[in-house]
Design a protein around this ligand. Structure first.
Ligand code: DAH
Length: 340
C-alpha cells in the first residue's frame, strides 16, 4: 500500500509540473481529486480493506488526500498570481503615449461676422427681426416700391415658386413686415439668407444679408452717415473713413452706395481696392416716402434710413477670402483657420 501511495505521489508531482494555466489546473486536479479521480478511487477501495487494517490504511489515504489538496491549493495560488500579472501586463496603459485628439469645431466665418454685426448694432440699440425666406411678391418687391413692371426687378434674378411666391432676394422684405406691425420709433436689424440666380467667384445662389432700418421723427441722411462711420470703425478698424456715392434703389430716396477706405493699403490703392483706395461695402438710403405710406407710416411726420449688406462680402473682405465658394463648401481645412 505504502509503495502504491508513493507511486501515486510521484505521479501527482509529475502531473503538477505540466500545469500552466487555471484551465489545465482544473483538468489535472480532476484526474486525482475528482469524483472518479485516482485519490478518490483509493478512498472508495477502503471497502475491501479488512476491518482491523482500516484505521491505519484510512489514515494513510487521508494523509494522501490532504497532501494532494494542499499541493493543488498552493499551485492554484501560484497560477492565479501569474495569470493576474500577465493580465496587468496586457492591459497596461502607457500614460506617456500621445492622446487621441478630439476635433473641436469652430464658428463659420459667416457666423463670426453675423455675430460681430449683431453685437455692434445691438450696442447701438437695434433689435433683431427675422423674416421668412419664402416671401410673396408684395413684401419682396411691390411694397418696396418695385411694382410688377418696374425695371429694377431685373436687378435681381429671382427664383419663383409660384407666380406670387418666391425665395426672397433681399432681407429688405423684412422692413415692410416690421413697419406694418410696429409704429415708429423703429430700430431693427434683420439678418438672413437670400436667394438669387447668380453664380460665380463673388456670387452664390444663396447668400446672407443683414438689413437695418431706423424710422423716427427727424431722421436724416446725416444720422445714417454718422452711424455707418461708427459701424465701419468697429468692424474694420479705428482709422477707417466712409464715403457715400449716389446710387439707386427703388425703396430709398436718395439712395447711396457706401464705401470704406481700404483697410489693406490705408487708401493708397492696392489690389484689394483695385487701386481706388475705396471698397464698396453696402447699399443704403433714406426710406422712400412711398414705402412709408404703403406701411401706414405718415411720411410727413416720420422719416427713416435703411441699409443692407452682404455678410459673405464683409467676411471675404475682412478675412481676405478670394472665392465665395470657400464659404459654402464646408472644407475643414478652410474652416479650421477661423479657430480663435
Ligand atoms: N436690398 C438691396 C440689395 O439686396 C440692398 C439695400 C440697399 C438694402 C439699400 C437697403 C438699402 O436697405 O437702403 O441689393
Amino acid at each position: 500500500m505504502q509503495a502504491k501511495i508513493e507511486q501515486l505521489k510521484q505521479k501527482i508531482e509529475q502531473a503538477v509540473l505540466t500545469v500552466t494555466s487555471s484551465k489545465t489546473l482544473h483538468e489535472v486536479k480532476t484526474l486525482f481529486l475528482g469524483r472518479t479521480g485516482e485519490v478518490s478511487d483509493l478512498m472508495k477501495g477502503m471497502r475491501d480493506v479488512p476491518k482491523e487494517e482500516r484505521p491505519q490504511v484510512g489514515k494513510i489515504i487521508n494523509d494522501l488526500r490532504v497532501w494532494t489538496e494542499q499541493k493543488f491549493d498552493e499551485l492554484e495560488i501560484k497560477i492565479k498570481k501569474a495569470e493576474l500579472e500577465q493580465r496587468y501586463k496586457a492591459e497596461a496603459i502607457d500614460v506617456t503615449m500621445p492622446g487621441k485628439k478630439g476635433e473641436v469645431g469652430a464658428y463659420h466665418p459667416n457666423t463670426l461676422i453675423r455675430n460681430e454685426l449683431i453685437s455692434i448694432f445691438s450696442g447701438m440699440g437695434f433689435e433683431i427681426f427675422e423674416g421668412p425666406e419664402i416671401e410673396n411678391d408684395y413684401y419682396n418687391f411691390t411694397a418696396l416700391n418695385t411694382p410688377a413692371d418696374h425695371p429694377a426687378r431685373d436687378m435681381q434674378d429671382t427664383f419663383y415658386i409660384t407666380e406670387d411666391l418666391l425665395l426672397r432676394t433681399q432681407t429688405s422684405a423684412g422692413q415692410i413686415r416690421v413697419m406694418e406691425k410696429k409704429a415708429p420709433p423703429i430700430k431693427i436689424l434683420s439678418p438672413g439668407k437670400v436667394y438669387r440666380s447668380d453664380d460665380d467667384a463673388t456670387h452664390s445662389p444663396m447668400f446672407s444679408q443683414m438689413e437695418g432700418l431706423v424710422v423716427d421723427k427727424g431722421i436724416t441722411l446725416c444720422d445714417l452717415k454718422g452711424m455707418l462711420d461708427e459701424f465701419a470703425k468697429k468692424i474694420f478698424g479705428e482709422n477707417i473713413k466712409t464715403r457715400l456715392r449716389p446710387s439707386y434703389f427703388p425703396f430709398t430716396e436718395p439712395s447711396v452706395e457706401v464705401d470704406v477706405s481700404c483697410f489693406e493699403c490705408d487708401g493708397k490703392g492696392c489690389r484689394l481696392c483695385k487701386g481706388t483706395g475705396w471698397i464698396e461695402v453696402l447699399g443704403a438710403g433714406m426710406v422712400n416716402r412711398h414705402v412709408l405710406e404703403g406701411c401706414g407710416v405718415d411720411p410727413d411726420k416720420y422719416s427713416g434710413f435703411a441699409f443692407g449688406m452682404g455678410i459673405e462680402r464683409i467676411a471675404m473682405l475682412k478675412y481676405g477670402i478670394n472665392n465665395m465658394k470657400l464659404l459654402f463648401e464646408g472644407d475643414t481645412r478652410f474652416l479650421k483657420q477661423f479657430k480663435d
